[in-house]
Write a protein that binds this ligand. Structure first.
Ligand SMILES: CSCCC(=O)C(=O)COP(=O)(O)O
Ligand SMILES: [Zn+2]
Length: 248
Protein backbone atom coordinates (compact mmCIF):
# COMPACT_ATOMS: atom_id res chain seq x y z
CA UNK A 1 0.00 0.00 0.00
CA UNK A 2 1.43 3.38 -0.99
CA UNK A 3 1.42 6.10 1.68
CA UNK A 4 2.67 8.55 -0.98
CA UNK A 5 -0.75 8.80 -2.58
CA UNK A 6 -2.10 10.51 0.54
CA UNK A 7 1.04 12.26 1.81
CA UNK A 8 1.52 15.85 0.73
CA UNK A 9 2.35 19.15 2.43
CA UNK A 10 -0.04 20.87 -0.02
CA UNK A 11 -3.36 21.75 1.72
CA UNK A 12 -5.12 21.61 -1.66
CA UNK A 13 -4.04 17.98 -2.26
CA UNK A 14 -7.24 15.84 -2.30
CA UNK A 15 -6.00 13.76 0.65
CA UNK A 16 -5.71 16.92 2.76
CA UNK A 17 -8.79 18.63 1.29
CA UNK A 18 -11.27 15.82 2.09
CA UNK A 19 -10.57 15.93 5.88
CA UNK A 20 -10.56 19.75 5.97
CA UNK A 21 -13.77 20.01 3.92
CA UNK A 22 -15.52 17.37 6.03
CA UNK A 23 -14.56 19.27 9.20
CA UNK A 24 -16.22 22.38 7.69
CA UNK A 25 -19.26 20.37 6.60
CA UNK A 26 -19.64 18.92 10.11
CA UNK A 27 -19.97 22.47 11.48
CA UNK A 28 -22.75 23.09 8.94
CA UNK A 29 -24.63 19.98 10.13
CA UNK A 30 -24.03 18.27 6.78
CA UNK A 31 -22.07 15.19 7.97
CA UNK A 32 -23.35 14.74 11.52
CA UNK A 33 -23.12 11.37 13.25
CA UNK A 34 -20.91 9.81 10.53
CA UNK A 35 -23.52 10.24 7.75
CA UNK A 36 -22.60 12.03 4.52
CA UNK A 37 -19.13 12.86 3.23
CA UNK A 38 -17.27 13.80 0.09
CA UNK A 39 -14.98 12.34 -2.55
CA UNK A 40 -12.53 14.01 -4.93
CA UNK A 41 -11.30 12.87 -8.36
CA UNK A 42 -7.87 14.07 -9.52
CA UNK A 43 -7.60 12.90 -13.12
CA UNK A 44 -7.71 9.09 -12.81
CA UNK A 45 -7.31 8.94 -9.03
CA UNK A 46 -10.37 8.91 -6.77
CA UNK A 47 -9.97 9.71 -3.05
CA UNK A 48 -12.56 8.14 -0.76
CA UNK A 49 -13.23 8.45 2.97
CA UNK A 50 -13.78 5.47 5.25
CA UNK A 51 -17.31 4.45 6.21
CA UNK A 52 -18.92 5.07 9.57
CA UNK A 53 -16.20 7.32 10.99
CA UNK A 54 -16.57 10.76 12.56
CA UNK A 55 -16.03 12.65 9.31
CA UNK A 56 -14.78 15.82 11.03
CA UNK A 57 -11.93 13.90 12.73
CA UNK A 58 -10.71 12.03 9.64
CA UNK A 59 -7.02 12.17 8.62
CA UNK A 60 -5.37 11.91 5.20
CA UNK A 61 -3.92 8.54 6.21
CA UNK A 62 -7.50 7.19 6.68
CA UNK A 63 -8.32 7.61 2.99
CA UNK A 64 -8.74 5.04 0.20
CA UNK A 65 -7.51 5.72 -3.35
CA UNK A 66 -8.64 3.93 -6.50
CA UNK A 67 -8.02 4.21 -10.24
CA UNK A 68 -11.17 5.15 -12.14
CA UNK A 69 -9.87 3.62 -15.39
CA UNK A 70 -8.96 0.34 -13.71
CA UNK A 71 -12.35 0.33 -12.03
CA UNK A 72 -14.19 0.85 -15.32
CA UNK A 73 -12.11 -1.42 -17.55
CA UNK A 74 -12.27 -4.32 -15.13
CA UNK A 75 -16.04 -3.77 -14.75
CA UNK A 76 -15.56 -4.76 -11.16
CA UNK A 77 -18.62 -5.20 -9.04
CA UNK A 78 -18.90 -2.96 -6.02
CA UNK A 79 -17.69 -5.79 -3.80
CA UNK A 80 -14.60 -6.46 -5.94
CA UNK A 81 -13.21 -2.93 -6.04
CA UNK A 82 -9.42 -2.84 -5.98
CA UNK A 83 -7.83 0.03 -4.13
CA UNK A 84 -4.39 1.47 -4.96
CA UNK A 85 -4.19 2.53 -1.36
CA UNK A 86 -6.14 1.65 1.78
CA UNK A 87 -5.71 2.66 5.44
CA UNK A 88 -3.96 0.19 7.71
CA UNK A 89 -6.72 0.05 10.29
CA UNK A 90 -9.77 -2.20 9.87
CA UNK A 91 -11.89 0.37 8.09
CA UNK A 92 -14.22 -0.04 5.10
CA UNK A 93 -14.60 2.43 2.24
CA UNK A 94 -17.61 4.78 2.30
CA UNK A 95 -20.95 3.21 1.44
CA UNK A 96 -21.39 6.22 -0.84
CA UNK A 97 -18.49 5.07 -3.09
CA UNK A 98 -20.64 3.79 -6.02
CA UNK A 99 -22.70 6.99 -5.95
CA UNK A 100 -19.56 9.16 -5.99
CA UNK A 101 -18.22 7.03 -8.87
CA UNK A 102 -21.47 7.64 -10.79
CA UNK A 103 -20.85 11.41 -10.62
CA UNK A 104 -17.22 10.92 -11.74
CA UNK A 105 -18.01 8.58 -14.65
CA UNK A 106 -21.36 9.88 -15.91
CA UNK A 107 -20.66 13.60 -15.35
CA UNK A 108 -16.86 13.74 -15.28
CA UNK A 109 -17.22 15.49 -11.91
CA UNK A 110 -14.08 16.40 -9.97
CA UNK A 111 -15.81 16.33 -6.60
CA UNK A 112 -19.05 14.93 -5.19
CA UNK A 113 -20.51 15.88 -1.79
CA UNK A 114 -23.19 13.94 0.09
CA UNK A 115 -24.93 15.79 2.95
CA UNK A 116 -27.50 14.76 5.52
CA UNK A 117 -28.50 18.43 5.90
CA UNK A 118 -31.82 18.77 7.70
CA UNK A 119 -32.85 21.43 5.16
CA UNK A 120 -32.47 18.91 2.33
CA UNK A 121 -34.42 16.28 4.27
CA UNK A 122 -37.17 18.78 5.17
CA UNK A 123 -37.60 19.79 1.52
CA UNK A 124 -38.13 16.14 0.56
CA UNK A 125 -40.66 15.77 3.38
CA UNK A 126 -42.54 18.89 2.27
CA UNK A 127 -42.66 17.53 -1.30
CA UNK A 128 -43.87 14.17 0.01
CA UNK A 129 -46.56 15.85 2.12
CA UNK A 130 -47.66 17.78 -0.98
CA UNK A 131 -48.48 15.37 -3.78
CA UNK A 132 -45.43 13.10 -3.50
CA UNK A 133 -43.59 15.26 -6.02
CA UNK A 134 -40.40 13.92 -7.58
CA UNK A 135 -38.81 17.35 -8.17
CA UNK A 136 -37.85 20.40 -6.16
CA UNK A 137 -38.38 23.59 -8.24
CA UNK A 138 -37.62 27.19 -7.33
CA UNK A 139 -37.20 30.41 -9.32
CA UNK A 140 -36.71 34.15 -8.99
CA UNK A 141 -34.18 33.90 -6.13
CA UNK A 142 -30.72 35.46 -6.60
CA UNK A 143 -28.82 32.43 -5.21
CA UNK A 144 -29.98 30.34 -8.21
CA UNK A 145 -27.14 32.10 -10.06
CA UNK A 146 -24.78 29.90 -8.00
CA UNK A 147 -25.53 26.95 -10.34
CA UNK A 148 -24.01 26.01 -13.66
CA UNK A 149 -26.39 25.71 -16.65
CA UNK A 150 -25.62 22.01 -16.96
CA UNK A 151 -23.21 19.29 -18.00
CA UNK A 152 -20.89 20.54 -20.78
CA UNK A 153 -22.77 23.88 -20.92
CA UNK A 154 -21.01 27.14 -20.16
CA UNK A 155 -22.29 29.83 -17.82
CA UNK A 156 -24.62 29.81 -14.85
CA UNK A 157 -28.39 29.89 -14.40
CA UNK A 158 -29.97 33.36 -14.35
CA UNK A 159 -32.19 34.98 -11.75
CA UNK A 160 -35.37 34.19 -13.69
CA UNK A 161 -34.39 30.59 -14.51
CA UNK A 162 -36.02 27.72 -12.64
CA UNK A 163 -33.70 25.43 -10.70
CA UNK A 164 -34.96 21.83 -10.82
CA UNK A 165 -33.56 19.11 -8.54
CA UNK A 166 -34.86 15.53 -8.93
CA UNK A 167 -35.85 13.49 -5.86
CA UNK A 168 -35.26 9.74 -5.56
CA UNK A 169 -36.70 7.48 -2.87
CA UNK A 170 -34.44 6.23 -0.08
CA UNK A 171 -33.34 2.59 0.07
CA UNK A 172 -32.39 0.46 3.07
CA UNK A 173 -28.71 0.49 2.01
CA UNK A 174 -26.84 3.52 0.65
CA UNK A 175 -25.23 1.54 -2.21
CA UNK A 176 -28.67 0.49 -3.50
CA UNK A 177 -29.36 4.16 -4.30
CA UNK A 178 -26.82 3.99 -7.14
CA UNK A 179 -29.15 2.75 -9.92
CA UNK A 180 -31.77 5.36 -8.99
CA UNK A 181 -29.17 8.16 -8.87
CA UNK A 182 -27.92 7.10 -12.31
CA UNK A 183 -31.48 7.01 -13.67
CA UNK A 184 -32.07 10.53 -12.30
CA UNK A 185 -28.86 11.71 -14.01
CA UNK A 186 -30.18 10.26 -17.30
CA UNK A 187 -33.60 11.89 -16.89
CA UNK A 188 -32.13 15.26 -15.80
CA UNK A 189 -28.93 15.58 -17.87
CA UNK A 190 -28.27 19.13 -16.65
CA UNK A 191 -28.72 18.58 -12.93
CA UNK A 192 -25.79 18.92 -10.52
CA UNK A 193 -27.69 17.41 -7.61
CA UNK A 194 -30.11 14.67 -6.64
CA UNK A 195 -32.19 14.76 -3.45
CA UNK A 196 -32.75 11.49 -1.57
CA UNK A 197 -36.11 11.43 0.22
CA UNK A 198 -35.83 11.38 4.04
CA UNK A 199 -32.04 11.09 3.71
CA UNK A 200 -30.14 14.04 2.18
CA UNK A 201 -28.63 15.18 -1.10
CA UNK A 202 -25.78 14.37 -3.52
CA UNK A 203 -24.18 17.42 -5.19
CA UNK A 204 -21.27 17.45 -7.63
CA UNK A 205 -19.25 19.85 -9.75
CA UNK A 206 -16.45 19.77 -12.27
CA UNK A 207 -14.01 20.69 -9.47
CA UNK A 208 -13.97 21.06 -5.68
CA UNK A 209 -14.75 24.79 -5.84
CA UNK A 210 -17.86 24.25 -7.99
CA UNK A 211 -19.12 21.24 -6.01
CA UNK A 212 -18.72 23.14 -2.73
CA UNK A 213 -20.30 26.41 -3.88
CA UNK A 214 -23.20 24.59 -5.56
CA UNK A 215 -23.75 22.57 -2.38
CA UNK A 216 -23.71 25.79 -0.32
CA UNK A 217 -26.12 27.51 -2.74
CA UNK A 218 -28.43 24.52 -2.62
CA UNK A 219 -28.43 24.33 1.17
CA UNK A 220 -29.23 28.07 1.28
CA UNK A 221 -32.15 27.51 -1.11
CA UNK A 222 -33.43 24.47 0.81
CA UNK A 223 -33.43 26.45 4.07
CA UNK A 224 -35.10 29.39 2.34
CA UNK A 225 -37.70 27.06 0.79
CA UNK A 226 -38.59 25.56 4.18
CA UNK A 227 -39.00 29.04 5.69
CA UNK A 228 -41.03 30.20 2.66
CA UNK A 229 -43.35 27.22 3.05
CA UNK A 230 -43.89 28.10 6.74
CA UNK A 231 -44.86 31.63 5.67
CA UNK A 232 -47.18 30.33 2.95
CA UNK A 233 -44.97 31.74 0.18
CA UNK A 234 -44.73 29.87 -3.18
CA UNK A 235 -41.39 28.53 -4.48
CA UNK A 236 -42.35 29.29 -8.10
CA UNK A 237 -43.51 32.79 -9.02
CA UNK A 238 -44.20 34.70 -12.24
CA UNK A 239 -42.12 37.86 -12.13
CA UNK A 240 -41.68 40.03 -15.20
CA UNK A 241 -38.04 40.97 -15.80
CA UNK A 242 -37.30 44.56 -14.75
CA UNK A 243 -35.74 46.48 -17.64
CA UNK A 244 -33.50 49.33 -16.43
CA UNK A 245 -34.33 52.78 -17.86
CA UNK A 246 -31.16 54.46 -18.96
CA UNK A 247 -30.88 58.24 -18.71
CA UNK A 248 -28.43 59.84 -21.17
C1 LIG B 1 -25.79 7.57 9.98
S1 LIG B 1 -25.06 7.26 8.46
C2 LIG B 1 -26.00 6.08 7.56
C3 LIG B 1 -25.43 5.74 6.22
C4 LIG B 1 -25.38 6.96 5.32
O1 LIG B 1 -26.40 7.50 4.97
C5 LIG B 1 -24.13 7.51 4.89
O2 LIG B 1 -24.09 8.53 4.22
C6 LIG B 1 -22.90 6.77 5.31
O3 LIG B 1 -21.78 7.15 4.69
P1 LIG B 1 -20.38 6.46 5.02
O4 LIG B 1 -19.44 7.29 4.19
O5 LIG B 1 -20.12 6.63 6.49
O6 LIG B 1 -20.43 5.02 4.61
ZN1 LIG C 1 -26.16 9.11 3.49
Amino acid sequence: MSADLVTSPDPSHPANLIPSLCAKFWHLGWVTGTGGGCSIRDDDLVYIAPSGVQKELMKASDLYVLSLAAQQSASLSRRQRVYLRAPESGLKPSQCTPLFLAAFTKRRAGCCIHTHSQWAVLVTLLLEAGSGEKEFRINNIEQIKGFGRGFEKSGNLGYHDTLVIPVIENTAHEEDLTEFLEEAMDRYPDTYAVLVRRHGVYVWGENVHKAKTQCESLDYLFQLAVEMKKLGLPWITQIEPVVPTRTE
